[in-house]
Design a protein around this ligand. Structure first.
Ligand code: G3H
Ligand code: 13P
Ligand code: ZN
Length: 328
C-alpha cells in the first residue's frame, strides 16, 4: 500500500528505526528492493531522481511503481522524488503518484549567504503548501553536501564549489535548522554532516573530523521531533570494490559512510538514509563478473538476474542494520 513519508517516518520515530531510501531507474532495481523488503517484512522508500524520471519516463516509472505495489500489497511503500529542484518537478511527481517530494533548495547555494537561505526557505515553503494540499510529504535540505576532507567541498552535482568555503559553511548550522523547520513546516530535514554523493566520499576511513556525526546529535537535541535525513549514505563496501576491480573495473581505493556511524545517527533522529551508489556498485560489479566469466553470454537476463540478486542482498542487509526489518 502507498503511504506518505510523514506516515512512515512518524512510525519509524516512535519505534526507533530508520528507513533506507533506495534510488531506482529501472525494473530490476524496483524488484530487488521489493523482494528484499518482503523477505524481512520492511516498509520501503523508493526514490527517483530527475535523471531517473527522464531515463525511464514518468509513465513507465509510475506504472512500474503501481505494479510493484500490487505485486507486494502488504509492503508499505513511499514513492519519493529525490532532489527536486523546483515547484514544477515536485508537482509533476505528485501528479504521477509520488507520495513525497524533496525540495532541495540548497542545490542553488554555493555557500550559505543570506540570499541563498531566504531562497531556500521561500521555495521550500511554497512546495510544502502545495504538497500538503494534496496529502503528500516534503523533505527539505539545509547545508551543502560535500567533502570536509577536501577542505572546500564539492557541490551536490559533483562539481567544485567556486571560491573558498569553510567546513562550517558546509555543515548544517543547528540554529538555522531550528529556524528553517519552523518557517517551512517540512516533514523531514536533510542535513549536511560531511557526506557527499557517489563513490569517492573519503580517502581514508572517516573519523569525526571528516564525518561530523556530532552535528546530527546537536540538531536532534534542538529539534527532537524532526525527522532527519542523511544523503550520501552509501558505505561503498570493500568486497564490492574488490569484485569490481577484480573483473576489469578501475575504482581507486575509497571509503564510504560506515554502517555503524549511520546506526549512531539513527539513535539521534535519523529516519531516512539515502543509498544509491551501493546498489549501483553491487549491480555493476556483478555485470563485470558475468562478462568476464561467461564471455560468450549475450542474454541480458544472464547479467541482470545475478545483478538483481546482489542488489537484493544489499537492500536486505540495510533493512536489518537500520532496524527497518519487521516493521512492514
Ligand atoms: O542524488 C543522487 C542520486 O544518486 C541520484 O543520481 O541524478 O545520477 O540519478 P542521478
Ligand atoms: P550515495 O551516492 O552515497 O548512494 O547517496 C545517494 C543519495 O544521497 C541520493 O539522494
Ligand atoms: Zn542525495
Amino acid at each position: 500500500a502507498r503511504i506518505t513519508l510523514r506516515q512512515l517516518l512518524d512510525h519509524a520515530a516512535s519505534h526507533g528505526y530508520a528507513v533506507p531510501a533506495f534510488n531506482i531507474n529501472n525494473m530490476e532495481q524496483g524488484i530487488a528492493i521489493m523482494q528484499a523488503a518482503a523477505e524481512v517484512d520492511a516498509p520501503v522508500i523508493i526514490q527517483a531522481s530527475r535523471g531517473a524520471r527522464s531515463y525511464a519516463g514518468d509513465l513507465m516509472l509510475s506504472h512500474m511503481i503501481d505494479a510493484l505495489e500490487r505485486t507486494y500489497p502488504d509492503i508499505p511503500l513511499c514513492m519519493h522524488q529525490d532532489h527536486g529542484n523546483d515547484e514544477a518537478t515536485c508537482a509533476s511527481a505528485i501528479a504521477h503518484g509520488f507520495t513525497s517530494v524533496m525540495m532541495d533548495g540548497s542545490l542553488k547555494a554555493d555557500a550559505k549567504t543570506a540570499a541563498d537561505y531566504d531562497y531556500n526557505v521561500a521555495i521550500t515553503r511554497r512546495v510544502v503548501d502545495l504538497a500538503h494540499w494534496v496529502g503528500a510529504s516534503v523533505e527539505g535540505e539545509l547545508g551543502v553536501l560535500g567533502s570536509l576532507e577536501h577542505g572546500g567541498g564539492e557541490q551536490e552535482d559533483g562539481h567544485g564549489v567556486e571560491g573558498k568555503v569553510s567546513h562550517d559553511q558546509l555543515l548544517t548550522d543547528p540554529d538555522q535548522a531550528v529556524d528553517f523547520v519552523g518557517a517551512t513546516k517540512v516533514d523531514a530535514l536533510a542535513i549536511a554532516m560531511g557526506t557527499s554523493h557517489g563513490a569517492y566520499k573519503f580517502s581514508r576511513k572517516p573519523d569525526g573530523d571528516i564525518l561530523a556525526m556530532r552535528v546530527v546529535e546537536e540538531i536532534h537535541r534542538r529539534l527532537p521531533n524532526t525527522h532527519l535525513v542523511m544523503h550520501g549514505s552509501s558505505s561503498v563496501p570493500q568486497p564490492l570494490q574488490d569484485m569490481f576491480n577484480e573483473f576489469g573495473g578501475e575504482m581507486p581505493q575509497t571509503w564510504g559512510v560506515p554502517v555503524e556511524e549511520i546506526v549512531r545517527g539513527i539513535k539521534s533522529g535519523v529516519r531516512k538514509v539515502n543509498i544509491d551508489t551501493d546498489c549501483r556498485l553491487a549491480m555493476t560489479a556483478v555485470f563485470r563478473k558475468v562478462a568476464a566469466q561467461a564471455r560468450s553470454e549475450f542474454d541480458p537476463r544472464k547479467f541482470l538476474k545475478p545483478a538483481m540478486d546482489a542488489m537484493r542482498e544489499l537492500c536486505r542487509e540495510r533493512f536489518e542494520q537500520f532496524g527497518t526489518a519487521g516493521h512492514a
